[in-house]
Write a protein that binds this ligand. Structure first.
Ligand code: ADP
Ligand code: MG
Length: 579
């Protein structure tokens, strides 16, 4: 796999000497295929992501609200734009990527027409905030109706954020064609995943209406990107296509065998010099090679990477840059088809264990559930003398039942006890969390979908300080960029689903000032994970809960300090009844 990884790194364009943005000479501009490219939200995303990639970004965050009609925002950590060029970027045919037509023969960037930003600004409200290396402060420019309405100095990390609001409001005819917001989000989701496959070394995050919908890790390897997009099981089931060279062109990639198929062609992906594109001849050759080996109507998953000298491609044939023309296309297609056939002929006929795994939905890793705690504790408690413990008396209770689905009713030698089930469970969970923390063996559960949380600046810096400690506590939280953080794991607790709606609150609890934040965090987790009042419990669960409570260090109060056991002594009862 080493040569592939190297080649993948090569296919990422580098721009050591950025030219200033300048308007193309008319005779150059005339020869560049133009077209109406901004026809839907995904087209805006494509152009902005192309720009971020051309700027050498390694982290790109794409946010969409209302299917992109309310907001499209793309933030990158690329090279940024110098203040004196910001306005120029919005002029027609203004680009930093080419000057002459000859430059197209050495093109390593995705953009070259200088048309995207002005076309977007013509159909939406646009703001661009950018800072480039060597400048203390960034520039914010606000455009209305394609014209600069305001320009301000504003702080920013190096890189660029473009926010596009009210897309197509000025062109009702186009707005009418974009009606289904969910479909637009879906198309953007597909697009971003294709970019993630095309650029495995870039971390892409897609937020739809504030929720993280997709993220790639930027592992730098196609296999890693495939795992991000299709899941690790599919990634492991794919077969590598060893690199084939045709002249100075090299083609390699990964493909599914016969076991993993899809009902559409959408999962065939071609990446030429780092751009996700279609080259019909190559895609057809790939399909032909598979056809006799796949059931009718089924299609493979494949990511093919082609690195060719820029002079051998013509990117200037399609207005949306979705297709390119390739010199020696037939030769490359034949070599590709032969390579694919060879891989398929050697691949096992039957689905591997991995491929079968791929059919099963991912699951929470649940180290503990209420029942398993119960079993574990019951066996451990047998035969253990625990007379010294403060809660030892709890071990000798006879549990009678549940009252109002909230209280545990129990009998002791000298009275009756009412135990608040929620607070008791809080105490049990908080102590277990603390014990695991002290032993350095905090159990975690990985969230099915990592969650994006937005924090205030002071919380963000506390988080950076406490990050490794938080991770030891089971909260794996990474900075996505700016105020956004991504939470991947939470401490294992019974009823983990109950934690999900409270992740923001929990993290905020972990980011209060003061030394006792760990205890407060554990109390907050315990509170959310504990059985609620109003929840019916089985007799065996009541017994387990009381026994577990008996093993804690302070069984009479919950972690917040509220009492949880009410005792009616024999003496009290007999006095009340006048026995
Ligand atoms: P093109 O990409 O074809 O050059 P655009 O209209 O997309 O044209 O962008 C115009 C110019 O603005 C680019 O050439 C580039 O110099 C600059 N630019 C746009 N977006 C970014 C970005 N995210 N980071 C750095 N520079 C950018
Ligand atoms: Mg561009």
């Amino acid at each position: 796999m080493e040569p592939e990884a190297e080649a993948a790194a090569m296919s990422v364009p580098r721009r050591p000497n950025r030219r200033p943005i300048a308007v193309l000479a008319p005779e150059v501009a005339e020869r560049i295929a133009a077209g109406e490219v901004i026809d839907r939200p995904a087209a805006v995303v494509r152009e902005l992501v192309d720009n971020a990639l051309d700027a050498g970004a390694t982290t790109i965050i794409i946010e969409l609200r209302g299917g992109g009609l309310e907001l499209i925002r793309v933030s990158d950590d690329g090279e940024g734009i110098p203040p004196e060029e910001v306005e120029l970027a919005f002029q027609h045919h203004a680009t930093s990527k080419i000057t002459t037509l000859d430059d197209l023969r050495a093109l390593r960037t995705l953009g070259f027409r200088g048309e995207a930003l002005p076309s977007i600004a013509a159909v939406a409200d646009v703001e661009l905030l950018t800072r480039t290396a060597g400048y203390e402060i960034g520039t914010l420019i606000i455009l209305r109706g394609g014209r600069v309405a305001q320009r301000l100095a504003q702080a920013r990390q190096r890189g660029t954020t473009v926010s596009v609001r009210h897309l197509f409001r000025p062109v009702p005819a186009r707005l009418k064609l974009v009606t289904d917001r969910r479909r637009e989000s879906l198309l953007v989701g597909q697009l971003v995943r294709r970019y993630a496959l095309a650029r495995p070394s870039v971390r892409f995050s897609l937020l739809l209406d504030g929720r993280l919908s997709f993220q790639s890790r930027g592992s730098g390897r196609i296999e890693g990107a495939v795992a991000d997009v299709y899941g690790p099981a599919i990634a492991e089931g794919l077969l590598p296509i060893p690199a084939v060279t045709v002249g100075r062109a090299a083609i390699y990639g990964v493909m599914s065998g016969r076991a993993i198929t899809r009902p559409t062609r959408d999962h065939l992906m071609l990446v030429v010099n780092g751009r996700p594109v279609a080259v019909r001849g190559l895609l057809a050759a790939l399909e032909d090679a598979y056809r006799p080996r796949l059931p009718r109507g089924r299609h493979p998953i494949a990511v093919l990477v082609l690195d060719v000298p820029p002079a051998e491609i013509d990117p200037n044939v399609h207005p949306a840059k979705a297709e390119i023309r390739l010199a020696r296309e037939a030769e490359i297609a034949a070599a590709l088809a032969a390579a694919v056939r060879a891989v398929l002929d050697q691949a096992p006929l039957h689905p591997s264990a991995d491929a079968r795994l791929a059919l099963e939905p991912a699951q929470y890793r649940l180290p503990l559930s209420f029942h398993r705690i119960a079993e574990g504790r019951e066996t451990r408690c047998l035969g253990q003398g625990e007379a010294e413990k403060p809660g030892a008396f709890l071990q000798r209770l006879r549990i009678l039942g549940q009252v109002h689905a909230s209280l545990i009713l129990a009998e002791s030698d000298d009275g009756l006890l009412l135990i608040d089930q929620h607070r008791a469970h809080e105490r049990v969970i908080a102590e277990r969390l603390r014990r695991d923390r002290d032993r350095g063996e905090q159990q975690v559960q990985t969230l099915l979908e990592p969650v994006v949380l937005e924090l205030k600046p002071h919380q963000g810096s506390l988080l950076d300080q406490r990050r490794s400690e938080l991770e030891a506590l089971g909260l794996d939280c990474q900075r996505l960029g700016g105020r956004y953080f991504l939470l991947r794991t939470v401490p294992a607790a019974p009823g983990p689903e109950s934690l999900l709606p409270h992740l923001q609150a929990l993290l905020e609890e972990a980011l209060v000032a003061g030394e006792d934040w760990r205890d407060r965090l554990e109390a907050a987790i315990a509170c959310r994970a504990a059985v609620r009042r109003g929840q019916r419990l089985e007799m065996s669960q009541l017994e387990t809960l009381v026994r577990d409570l008996g093993e804690t260090s302070a069984p009479a109060v919950c972690p917040h300090g509220s009492p949880l056991i009410l005792r009616l002594s024999r003496g009290f009862l007999s006095r009340q009844f006048g026995w």
